[in-house]
Design a binder for this molecule. Structure first.
Ligand SMILES: [Zn+2]
Length: 324
């Protein structure tokens, strides 16, 4: 299994059974011990330590009554150095026009995961990702897909019910395959997209279509984007990527094709690297690869056999073990 993904081990006990009981959220919010994670416009409230975990007293009276409220879970031992074990976390999703926010504590600021994800500890990253995923769903599923009537949250924010026909709706996830392609000579094939800077290379990814297995989706996407046929795929791990609602399903896969053909619309270049070539290219700046704690990086390092050194690491030969 690949290691060092942000959410490799659960940081929270989600208490799925209890949270679906009516009144559970009120019970949690009635106590002084819970902490509040605040989201607004897809951004989380942060402070100098990472995610800001507001005390009820900090927020009391200021939160709009209509803010979507979600029970995120209870911290596990070692799950988050910012919080004691057993702390219940409640997400409040503020509307974009939430109005005056001058009450939020000094030194806090709203930030998106793409801007701060690299600097977060694993516990904060897991909470941020869960909050982002469920907040996105609430924002985009306010109306019933069957009849168009309004839906309202139930089950501590993990279900929405149609106010007209009573139908139940749950958070959605779109599966995507992400693949480290390995050739017969054991080199890796990385792609550079038109949307990226010219020297950035990564694994190839694409959405799995309706009616497809993850493996079929991986084989099809790789053929479409870089023109090689995969003859074997090995699942190695996954990562939630709620932008807006993906689950990245990671494979290391093999091909006998030596010539890659970029699709010319999404993929600008597909390039083979031996292990030595990739390490040298990263150190020289000839290639920039995905950041640490991403599944793309984990897949590349799974093939590589260990951490790939970055230019900053090489000066003191520090191990590239990621962030604490
Ligand atoms: Zn309905």
């Amino acid at each position: 299994m690949i290691q060092a993904l942000p959410s490799a081990a659960a940081a929270l006990e989600r208490n799925c059974e209890q949270r679906s009981e009516s009144g559970y959220l009120d019970k949690v919010q009635g106590g002084p011990g819970h902490r509040i994670v605040l989201f607004r416009g897809g951004r989380a409230l942060m402070d100098a330590n990472g995610l800001a975990y507001l005390r009820p007293a900090d927020a009391g009276g200021h939160l709009p009554a209509g803010a979507v409220t979600v029970y995120l879970g209870r911290t596990l031992a070692g799950g988050n150095p910012q919080l004691p074990e057993g702390t219940d976390l409640v997400l409040k999703v503020l509307a974009d026009d939430a109005g005056d926010l001058s009450w939020v504590p000094g030194g806090t600021f709203f930030s998106g995961y793409r801007d701060v994800g690299d600097s977060l500890g694993a516990g904060d990253a897991a909470v941020f990702i869960e909050a982002q995923a469920v907040a996105n769903w609430h924002t985009s599923h306010r109306f019933c897909p069957r009849c168009g009537a309004a839906t309202t949250p139930e089950q501590s924010g993990w279900m929405r019910r149609c106010t007209a026909d009573g139908s139940e709706h749950f958070p959605r996830t779109d599966p995507a395959a992400i693949v480290a392609i390995v050739g017969a000579d054991d080199r890796i094939l990385l792609a550079s997209n038109f949307a990226w800077e010219g020297n950035r290379y990564s694994t190839v990814a694409g959405f799995i279509e309706a009616g497809e297995s993850a493996e079929q989706g991986a084989v099809r996407e790789i053929a479409e984007e870089v023109g090689v046929h995969l003859h074997t795929t090995h699942y190695v791990g996954s990562q939630a990527w709620p932008f807006p609602r993906s689950l990245m399903i990671g494979f290391v896969a093999h091909t006998d094709d030596a010539v890659a053909v970029p699709d010319g619309t999404e993929v600008r270049e597909a390039r083979w690297f031996s292990r030595g070539e990739l390490q040298a290219a990263v150190l020289s700046g000839d290639a920039v690869i995905s950041r640490r704690l991403s599944i793309a990086r984990a897949l590349i390092e799974h093939w590589f056999g260990g951490p790939i050194l970055e230019p900053g690491d090489a000066l003191d030969h520090a191990p590239a073990g990621g962030r604490a």
